[in-house]
Design a binder for this molecule. Structure first.
Ligand code: C5P
Length: 238
């Protein structure tokens, strides 16, 4: 189960990040680096994760013209990223360009490229903000399903989805996608600024392949114990 936990490295300060990764040692396998810390620390951070033989999820949510996304994804492949995100609202051509980049990398280097995950509707969006900002009168769930269908048409490997969406997506697409779920809080943990949270056990039951957990691990007094408690909760589903 520990292979299914992705620890989000969102804390401030490179030294603090290094300390947590060292503390978690052999327990954690996957780490997620987002826009804030990749912008601040770039290769210093990604090189460190590789030196520790950990898997790297680069969560930069690419959204641009297809050629730019293709070249960005190719660069991510060369860094040695294992999983990365793009925005499905960038369109089918953009998503196909991202997949083309992975194929080019795999052909040139004869090794497996990263899993590409598409983000559908950000959890910060609502029916109202979609109407106001994108001029679309559509229910969030409907939009999630339509964007996931586009991702499938573009041959995208997986999706980032809330637990509620995960159930919906599993019903519609079965096991087709790898599903990665943030917004996870172990039993009794603080919700922080997350509005809708799910326990590790429920996320797995609802069909997530991987869960993303940040503050409940890195902001804990005992990150190793917190990590192992999450593994234990996930194992309750077996
Ligand atoms: O600290 P916490 O566990 O809330 O961190 C969750 C991580 O997942 C953060 O990196 C956050 O940006 C990311 N995320 C999220 N909700 C989404 C998409 C990504 O919390 N819908």
């Amino acid at each position: 189960m520990k292979n299914r936990i992705i620890v989000a490295l969102d804390m401030k300060g490179l030294d603090n990040i290094f300390k947590i990764v060292d503390k978690l040692g052999d327990n954690a396998v996957w780490y997620k680096v987002g826009a804030v810390n990749f912008t601040a620390y770039s290769y210093k951070l990604t090189d460190f994760i590789h030196e520790k033989n950990k898997k790297l999820f680069l969560d930069l949510k690419y959204h641009d013209i297809p050629n730019t996304v293709k070249e960005a994804v190719y660069s991510a492949c060369e860094i040695g990223v294992d999983m990365l995100t793009i925005h499905s609202v960038g369109g089918i051509d953009m998503m196909m360009a991202a997949k083309d980049a992975v194929k080019r990398f795999e052909d040139e280097y004869s090794k497996k490229g990263p899993t590409i995950l598409a983000v559908t509707v950000l959890t910060s969006s609502t029916k109202e903000t979609i109407k106001r900002d994108m001029f679309l009168d559509i229910d969030v769930e409907d939009m999630v399903l339509k964007l996931a269908d586009n991702a499938k048409k573009a041959n995208i490997d997986g999706l980032v989805a809330s637990p509620k969406e995960t159930q919906l997506l599993r019903k519609e697409f079965g096991d087709y996608f790898t599903i990665v779920t943030p917004g996870i809080r172990p039993k009794n943990a603080s919700k922080d600024d997350q509005k809708r949270v799910t326990t590790p056990k429920d996320a797995i039951k609802m069909g997530s392949d991987y869960i993303v957990v940040g503050r409940p691990i890195y902001a804990s007094d005992n990150p190793v114990e917190s990590f192992n408690m999450i593994v234990k909760e996930m194992e309750e589903t077996c």
